[in-house]
Design a protein around this ligand. Structure first.
Ligand code: MLC
Ligand code: AMP
Length: 508
C-alpha cells in the first residue's frame, strides 16, 4: 500500500529543480528546496535516534522561523506527532498542555529553557531542546551531527500527525487529534479549489502554531511547490512592500484592517496578486468592500476550525459563483455541512441553527477524552461545530453566531470560562463575567465585569495587571469594571447579552 505520510506527499510536490528558492525570509535568507529536504532529514534523524515510542508527541513552543517549520515537517517525516504551542502561553498554561499531552520531546526558546525544562522534566519528558529564531540552540547543534539522508516513515491515513489544543465548545483545553489523512485530504482539496498554479508565491505572515499559518498556508505552498516569502511577524508595511513579488496572501481579518490603514496599499501594489484569503474570524463587510475599492481584489473568505481544518470557502472560480461578503461560501468538496435545530431536527433553507459537519478532514477525537469526543458528535457521526448559521438557496453558508461561549480576538480564541476562573481566584473577587465586545482592530475583545466580596475594595486595573503574569497576553481583558451586581435572569444565570450590549460602544 502507498505510504500515507503527509510529508511524503508534500515532498513529492517539490519542484524538479531542488536548487530553486523555496523560502525567502525578511532578513534576507534564502532556503532552497534542497535545504528543506536536507534540514528535515537531519532533524528527523535526530528524532529517530532518541528511541521514542510510536505516537510520541513533540511539543514545540518557539518563535517563528524557517527551522521551526522544518521541525514540524521533520516530526511528520519521522512519523511522530507534532504539538504546537502559542508563544504567548505562560507557565500555568504550558504546565497544563505538557502535563496533559505527556510529550516525549519538548522544544522551547533558549530564553525559556529554565522554566519550560522544569515543567517538562516534572511531567516525565525525556528530551528538552532549545531552538532560537536565529538558528541557535541545542536542537540544531544536535541535528548537525545527523545524516542528511532519511527514509520517510511509513504511516497509515488514520495515524496521528498533530495535536492542536482548543477548548472546543466547552470547558478545559482539549487536544484535537488530526491524522495524516485529515491534513492531506484538506491540502489537496484546497490546492484545486483555490486554483493554485505554477509560479504562485505566498506571503506567509501568520504565526505557525495554529491551523491557519501551520497547515493552510504552509501545506498550500508546499503542495504546489510554491515559494514562500516568510515574515517572522506580521507588519503591514512589510507585507505591502513585498506584495508586488507575490501572488497569494492569507490572513485573519485584523491583518486586512491594519493594511487598509496604510495609504501605501493600492491597486498598483496589489497588481500581481492573484488571491487574498481571509478566515479564522468574521470578516466585516466594511473591510471586504474597502479592500475591493482600494486594491481591485475581492477577498475570498473561508471558514474552518482546529478540529476540522477548512470546511467552507467562497468560490475562486467566478463561473461557480461570486465571492459574497458576509458569507463563508460553500462546503468544500467532500465536506458535508448541515444546519440543525436545538432538537436535532433538520432546518430548511435560510433558517438559523447549529452547524454540523463531516468529511475526511474531520478530526479523530480529543486526546484521551473519549467521553468529550462522543458528546461533540451526533449519533449519526456529524461533528457539532458550536457555530450557529444558515445556508441560503444558492448554498452559501453564513455564520451568524456561536453556541459556544467563545471570543475571537485578532484571530485567537479566548474562552470566557478560563479567564473567569483566573479572575475568581484573585483574593477579594466574589464573581466575574467576561464578554466579547466589538473592537476596530481585533474585531472583538474581552471585557471583564467583576463583583467584589463584601467589604473588599477592588481595582479593575490591578486585576488586569495580575492576570498579565498568569495568562497569554491576547487573553487579557482590555478593560475590567468592578460593579455591585451582575444582571441575571429568573434562574439566577448571568445575562451576558445584557453586559455585551452595555459595553458594545466601549471601543467604537
Ligand atoms: C496581540 N494583542 C492582542 C492580540 N494580539 N490582543 C487581543 N487579541 C489579539 N489577537 C495585544 C497584546 O496582548 C499586546 O498587548 C499588544 O497587542 C501587542 O502585542 P503584539 O504581540 O506585538 O501584537 P501584534 O504583533 O500586533 O499581533 C496582532 C496580530 C496577532 C493580529 C498580528 O494577534 C496575530 O498574528 N493573530 C493571528 C492569529 C491566528 O493566526 N489565528 C489563526 C487561528 S486558526 P499589551 O497590552 O501587552 O501591550 C483558526 C482556524 C481557522 O482559527 O479557521 O483558521
Ligand atoms: P479554532 O478553534 O481556533 O480553530 O477556531 C475555530 C472557530 O473560528 C470556528 O469555530 C469559528 O467560530 C471561527 N471562524 C473561523 N473562520 C471563520 C470565519 N470565516 N467567519 C467566522 N468565524 C470563523
Amino acid at each position: 500500500m502507498r505510504n500515507q505520510n503527509l510529508f511524503a506527499a508534500l515532498r513529492e510536490c517539490f519542484p524538479a529543480d531542488l536548487d530553486a528558492v523555496s523560502v525567502e525570509t525578511d532578513n534576507a535568507l534564502a532556503y532552497s528546496w534542497r535545504d528543506l529536504e536536507r534540514g528535515t532529514a537531519m532533524l528527523a534523524n535526530l528524532l529517530a535516534s532518541l528511541g521514542l515510542p510510536a505516537g510520541a508527541r513533540v511539543a514545540v513552543q518557539v518563535e517563528k522561523s524557517v527551522e521551526a517549520m522544518m521541525l514540524y515537517l521533520a516530526t511528520l517525516r519521522a512519523g511522530f506527532v507534532f504539538l504546537p504551542l502559542n508563544t504567548a502561553y505562560q507557565s500555568a498554561e504550558i504546565e497544563y498542555f505538557i502535563g496533559n499531552a505527556e510529550p516525549a520531546v519538548v522544544v522551547c526558546s533558549p530564553k525559556n529553557f529554565g522554566w519550560v525544562s522544569k515543567i517538562a522534566f516534572k511531567a516525565g519528558t525525556g528530551n528538552v531542546f532549545t531552538l532560537g529564531d536565529d538558528r541557535t540552540g541545542s536542537l540544531l547543534e544536535r541535528a548537525a551531527h545527523c545524516s542528511d539522508r532519511h527514509e520517510v516513515a511509513v504511516n497509515a491515513q488514520d495515524d496521528l500527525a498533530a495535536i492542536l489544543y482548543t477548548s472546543g465548545t466547552t470547558g478545559r483545553s482539549k487536544g484535537a487529534m488530526l491524522s495524516h489523512g485529515n491534513l492531506l485530504s484538506n491540502a489537496r482539496v484546497l490546492k484545486n479549489y483555490w486554483g493554485w498554479t505554477p509560479g504562485d508565491v505566498l506571503i506567509h505572515a501568520l504565526p505557525i502554531f495554529h491551523v491557519h499559518g501551520l497547515f493552510v498556508a504552509i501545506h498550500g505552498a508546499l503542495i504546489n511547490g510554491s515559494k514562500m516569502i516568510w515574515l517572522a511577524r506580521f507588519d503591514p508595511k512589510r507585507v505591502i512592500r513585498k506584495m508586488p513579488e507575490a501572488t497569494v496572501f492569507m490572513g485573519v481579518p485584523t491583518l486586512y484592517v491594519r493594511m487598509l490603514a496604510d495609504p501605501a496599499l493600492d491597486r498598483h501594489t496589489a497588481r500581481n496578486m492573484r488571491l487574498f484569503i481571509a478566515g479564522s474570524a468574521p470578516l466585516l463587510i466594511e473591510t471586504f468592500n474597502e479592500w475591493r475599492e482600494r486594491t481591485g481584489h475581492t477577498i475570498l473568505e473561508r471558514y474552518g476550525m482546529s478540529e476540522t481544518i477548512m470546511l467552507t470557502s467562497n468560490p475562486y472560480d467566478a463561473s461557480t459563483g461570486e465571492r459574497r461578503g458576509g458569507t463563508v461560501g460553500f462546503p468544500l468538496p467532500g465536506v458535508g455541512l448541515r444546519v440543525r435545530g436545538d432538537e436535532g431536527q433538520d432546518l430548511p433553507t435560510d433558517q438559523i441553527g447549529n452547524i454540523q459537519v463531516r468529511g475526511p478532514n474531520v478530526f479523530k477525537g480529543y486526546w484521551r477524552m473519549p467521553e468529550k469526543t462522543s458528546e461533540e458528535f451526533t449519533d449519526d457521526g456529524w461533528f457539532k461545530t458550536g457555530d450557529v448559521g444558515k445556508i441560503d438557496g444558492h448554498g452559501y453558508v453564513t455564520i451568524v453566531g456561536r453556541s459556544k461561549d467563545l471570543i475571537i480576538s485578532g484571530g485567537y480564541n479566548v474562552y470566557p470560562a478560563e479567564i473567569e476562573g483566573y479572575i475568581n481566584g484573585i483574593p477579594g473577587v466574589a464573581e466575574s463575567a467576561l464578554v466579547g465586545v466589538p473592537h476596530p482592530d481585533f474585531g472583538e475583545v474581552g471585557v471583564a465585569v467583576v463583583i467584589a466580596k463584601p467589604g473588599v475594595k477592588l481595582d479593575g486595573n490591578e486585576i488586569v495587571a495580575r492576570l498579565k503574569s498568569q495568562l497569554a497576553n491576547f487573553k487579557i481583558p482590555k478593560r475590567c469594571f468592578v460593579v455591585d451586581e451582575l444582571p441575571r435572569n429568573t434562574m439566577g444565570k448571568v445575562q451576558k447579552n445584557l453586559l455585551r450590549e452595555q459595553h458594545r460602544q466601549l471601543f467604537s
